[in-house]
Design a protein around this ligand. Sequence first.
Ligand SMILES: Cc1cc2nc3c(=O)[nH]c(=O)nc-3n(C[C@H](O)[C@H](O)[C@H](O)COP(=O)(O)O)c2cc1C
Length: 145
Amino acid sequence: MEPLIVYYSSPSLNTHRFVGRLGLRAVRIPISFKEAMPPVEEPFVLICPTYADDDGSKAVPKQVIRFLNNPDHRALIQGVIGSGNRNFGEMFAVGGKIVAKKCNVPLLYRFELSGTPEDIMTVQRGVQKLWNSLTPSVKMRKTGS
Ligand SMILES: Cc1cc2nc3c(=O)[nH]c(=O)nc-3n(C[C@H](O)[C@H](O)[C@H](O)COP(=O)(O)O)c2cc1C
């Protein structure tokens, strides 16, 4: 089975552009609360930009939280890649760190904005390596099984 990316991207589309260049299968978490969550029923890596308030709170976009509130999704996440902007200093890509901790999965990588060609190559290789290392039982894992 080929790797699957699940990602959120706001109207500024940085993460969307990054994911488009990865050339991997990908599902986008909708921006609108009114739109239905897409069904994700197989293992995936989440790519999550950071949107913190001035006090550092609310770093994980609400729609990402909503997606991860589904226990089926939490059972399938294999790792998280955080994105952000280094201008935010210590808060750089903290959304990814928070998701990794909450879901007890590795923070695989962090990148800025829509990433560099090097970021793209690193993530392509890293995700493929992770998929190769998944046990057959994880690869076959589907929602509800
Ligand atoms: C209101 C706001 C808050 C942000 N907060 C952070 C932050 O705390 N840390 C960080 O690394 N990036 C932060 N960013 C930068 C975004 O994470 C970055 O621009 C990202 O690439 C956006 O991805 P998207 O265009 O796919 O939504 C913030 C951006 C905005 C507009």
